[in-house]
Design a protein around this ligand. Sequence first.
Ligand code: MTE
Length: 306
Amino acid sequence: MLIRGREDLPSREITPRGVYLRRREFLERAALAATTLALGTAPTTPATAVARYDSDETPTDEKDATRYNNFYEFGTDKQDPARHAGKMKTRPWSVRIEGEVGKPKTLGLDDLLAPHTMEDRIYRLRCVEAWSMVIPWRGFQLSDLLKRFDPTSRARYVAFQTLHDSEQMPGQRRPVLDWPYVEGLRIDEAMHPLTLLATGMYGRDLPNQNGAPLRLVVPWKYGFKSIKSIVAIRLLEKQPPTSWNLSAPGEYGFYANVNPAVDHPRWSQKRERRIGEFRKRETLAFNGYADQVAELYRGMDLRKFF
Ligand code: MTE
């Protein structure tokens, strides 16, 4: 499914939350028809892929998704980001793409986004704290961005970095984490069609507390991999350090795949509470995306590489 960038949309055209579900039903039928036709051709970023990866669940209430956040740069309480992130300046904004690429460059946000067509995708987000949400994201595949910069054959990992500016991010004045927040993916994870760079949610630009103007979304991994307010993307030969692994290596691994079979040392990961519900749900392997991603980890001991 392709939609125009928000900049082109008059506000009356922005899709209300309830419309996502009907649109998904339509897309699934369209995707089925298109897949039948396109069988045997190698997909790049086809509209069909979008519907395939859409969740069929009702999105979480937008108020919850934008007022119950983790963004430690603005404080450690769930309400802190919504209270304090509003003042962060997200324009002008630039992102460095560097390391093992043929064409390293620092790009202004508009130049970075210009070649990409935005898509809507509904993904589950499962936090390591055993709660989850269903979010309609707006974004584009990270793979499409990386390809523009010609990764070299040595590029085996991708590292991401959040803005480091304690004037704007008061949480960085306290040593809660080693600032700036950093995350990483293996190159095949980064190139996987499920992996998004998001610029919006619920049909609007990302609110600051959700990681404006650009954040990662890796739906089969615990939420902490989905790094917010990105200013640098670095392709590397060696596995990069990640904030939560640096902070508590026994609790948070590099891979952080959602895995109900491997408990966090201090709590179970077997079940989760969907925000807005009281009952607990069973947590699914790879957050329910096993059909698409389990293959990436064939032969790996996921208790060791947690
Ligand atoms: N990115 C940065 N820069 N700082 C953070 O503290 N928290 C992570 C992740 N990305 C975090 C971050 C965690 S723990 C989670 S669960 C998700 O963001 C939460 O995303 P949300 O607040 O949009 O639901």
